[in-house]
Design a protein around this ligand. Structure first.
Ligand code: SF4
Length: 304
């Protein structure tokens, strides 16, 4: 089966584009086909680097995965206790640390986890490792003890809306991808939830949640006033409620439209979604220090 690199839009794609166009190119074009053993080594290296994750991103992901597992099991009628959830977390935590220390670039694609820090020679010491686990454990504890989890458990299963991994909708002929952590119907409204484990700016959250609301409004054909978006920062055990209204939905539509136009303006062939690396400038600066592609972009790994 031949996959085609189709154009799509997502909030994370927009972030990468704004941070550095070259990083966006590597993430969405340069890596393509890098999973094929016969591909050029440079492409395979870009694909390998794309999959690195920093310890902060990774810890957030595994907390999300465990919560998703707990909710999916609950839906199946299996109650997972907090200590069981922490045991799952511990297993995944240890396995990923081992995999990351063993895995190196081999020229073949691999599903093994690799830390950005290990690839770039930044040591994660024992104290940092213990702090990471403590943070994840406290997130799970906060989630289990939260009113939100209680409210979810009390809500009839037929009112749970989504626990799918990747959702998409059509926006003026473009596919928009999003991933909603949880949504349910309540008293004639749809409530969207997003779990946060970091220190995201509220303005970014607002944008992301309005995008989710756009999807919900379109899919369920309901008015924005009947959608409520909530952020649950499980690290801080703090909840924020975001208002959704017609003006906000119009704003997000304008935002996505402009972002798509800017991305497509740089393409060599818009219909075929073909991009040339030189057309995506390197924005060297703040983001380079934590950029997965530094080895290829600035350190000459592709010349070895
Ligand atoms: S290393 Fe810097 S310039 Fe290169 S892709 Fe990353 S952020 Fe952009």
């Amino acid at each position: 089966m031949v996959f085609k690199n189709e154009f799509s839009w997502s909030k994370s794609r927009d972030n990468a584009f704004k941070e550095c166009p070259r990083k966006y190119f590597f993430n969405h074009y340069g890596f393509w086909d890098g999973w094929i053993a016969a591909e050029k080594d440079r492409t395979k290296r870009i694909y390998y680097l794309k999959k690195l994750s920093t310890k902060e991103i990774w810890i957030g992901q595994i907390v999300h995965e465990v919560i998703e597992y707990v909710l999916k099991q609950f839906r199946l009628g299996n109650k997972i206790t907090l200590s069981h959830a922490i045991a799952i977390l511990r297993k995944k935590f240890n396995a990923d640390f081992i995999q990351s220390s063993l895995k190196e670039y081999t020229g073949f694609s691999s599903k093994a986890h690799k830390f950005f820090e290990d690839e770039y020679g930044i040591k994660i010491n024992d104290e940092e490792k213990a702090d990471l686990f403590k943070k994840a454990e406290s997130c799970l504890t906060n989630f289990f003890n939260s009113d939100i989890f209680m409210e979810i458990r009390r809500t009839p299963l037929e009112d749970w809306i989504t626990l799918e991994d990747f959702l998409s909708f059509d926006f003026e002929g473009n596919k928009v991808y999003l991933s909603i952590d949880f949504a349910m119907k309540k008293e004639g409204k749809i409530i969207l939830y997003d779990w946060k484990t970091g220190k995201e700016r509220l303005a970014d959250c607002d944008l992301q949640l309005t995008c989710y609301a756009l999807y919900i409004a379109q899919k369920f054909n309901i008015s924005p006033e009947n959608i409520e978006a909530r952020i649950f920062n499980i690290t801080l055990d703090k909840q924020d409620v975001f208002e959704i209204n017609v003006e906000k939905l119009d704003e997000i539509k304008d935002y996505i439209r402009t972002s798509i136009r800017e991305m497509k303006n740089l393409l060599e062939n818009v219909d075929e979604n073909i991009a040339k690396e030189e057309d995506f400038e390197k924005k060297e600066g703040y983001y380079c220090a934590r950029c997965n592609f530094r080895k290829i972009c600035l350190e000459g790994w592709d010349k070895e």
